[in-house]
Write a protein that binds this ligand. Structure first.
Ligand SMILES: C[S@@+](CC[C@H](N)C(=O)[O-])C[C@H]1O[C@@H](n2cnc3c(N)ncnc32)[C@H](O)[C@@H]1O
Ligand code: SF4
Length: 284
């Protein structure tokens, strides 16, 4: 058993060194969400029938094994992670094992939730909030009425608790429009350019049904092992949903699958992928 783990770990280290894969583990904690954004990869919304949740024990176990096998960080996404009742405490436990990037829509940070996140002050956790435009109307047209004001108001409250904030901007069309204005806004809120991520809408999930966004090329996203309740996928833009059905084109192993087996299947899938720093990755 130990030698199998060592073999996985060695193969993983080699793939990272070659620039074939990333060293972050992604977890899709839930597909449930309080919002219903017009381009959502996962077709998440408040009344979604199949929430596809990972339970706390499984997530913490995965992160522990990931650390043993040489992963350097974990990203947690959804859906909206804070729709899970116990997520603040689970996040605290996760951060004791590996640095965490927590993707969130930024709309659920009540004082009560922030109190529960207090133990994370000083921990290696970044909260990545989505904000698509400096124009409230343009942002809210994609992410829902009142979204801009709620997210912008949440940022200083997170900072006041000593929590690190990043911003992710998803552009629905080629015209980056008011991007510079958005940068002025985030800098004014104390978020550096290094903590601002910009990407185009990817034509998967709801975006595909709506006919918006850019199609995903085979090497546009750096492969990073991504676990959902349904199995292991090639990268975080892979486990998308259309008309309630998960896309399996980029699934490398179906659930139930042990972590070692998921990593082995992932590495096998990436063996023939291009390696090196000069591979252009268009989506992050
Ligand atoms: C799926 S969401 C999950 C986390 C959280 N609910 C949020 O919105 O930040 C993760 C990120 O993916 C982005 N996203 C959603 N659909 C997308 C698409 N079709 N193409 C590119 N990014 C997308 C969101 O804007 C968000 O920044
Ligand atoms: S993009 Fe995020 S906030 Fe918007 S519906 Fe999807 S999961 Fe929810």
């Amino acid at each position: 058993m130990r030698s199998a783990a060592t073999a996985s770990s060695n193969a993983f280290a080699a793939a990272i060194a070659e620039g074939r894969v990333g060293d972050r583990l992604w977890l899709y904690a839930t597909y449930h969400c309080n919002l219903a954004c017009s381009y959502c990869l996962t077709e998440s919304y408040p009344r979604i029938a199949d929430r596809r949740e990972l339970n706390d024990v499984d997530m913490l176990e995965a992160v522990s094994v990931a650390r043993e096998l040489g992963f350097s960080s974990v990203g947690v996404t959804g859906g909206e992670i804070f729709m899970l009742r116990s997520f603040p405490e689970t996040l605290g436990e996760m951060a004791k094992i590996l640095p965490v990037l927590a993707l969130t829509n930024g709309t659920l940070f009540t004082d009560r939730l922030l109190d529960r996140l207090a133990p994370l002050e000083g921990a290696d956790v970044a909260f990545q909030l989505s904000l698509d435009s400096a124009q409230p109307r343009a942002n809210d047209a994609l992410r829902g009425r009142g979204n801009f004001a709620t997210v912008v108001e949440a940022i200083p409250r997170l900072h006041a608790r000593g929590l690190r904030v990043r911003i992710a901007t998803t552009l629905a069309d080629e015209d980056a429009g008011d991007l510079e204005e958005l940068c002025v806004l985030h800098r004014g809120l104390g978020i550096s350019d290094d903590d601002h991520l910009v990407r185009r809408v990817v034509r998967r999930g709801k975006a595909e049904l709506e006919g918006i966004g850019v199609p995903l090329g085979p090497d546009d996203v750096l492969p990073e092992l991504t676990l959902t309740a349904e199995g292991a996928f090639l990268h975080p833009f892979a486990p998308t949903v259309r008309n309630g059905v998960t896309d399996l084109d980029l699934c490398v192993a179906s659930a139930p699958v042990a972590f070692d087996a998921a990593l082995a299947a992932f590495l096998q899938e990436t063996e023939s992928r291009p390696a090196g720093d000069d591979v252009v990755r268009n989506v992050r």
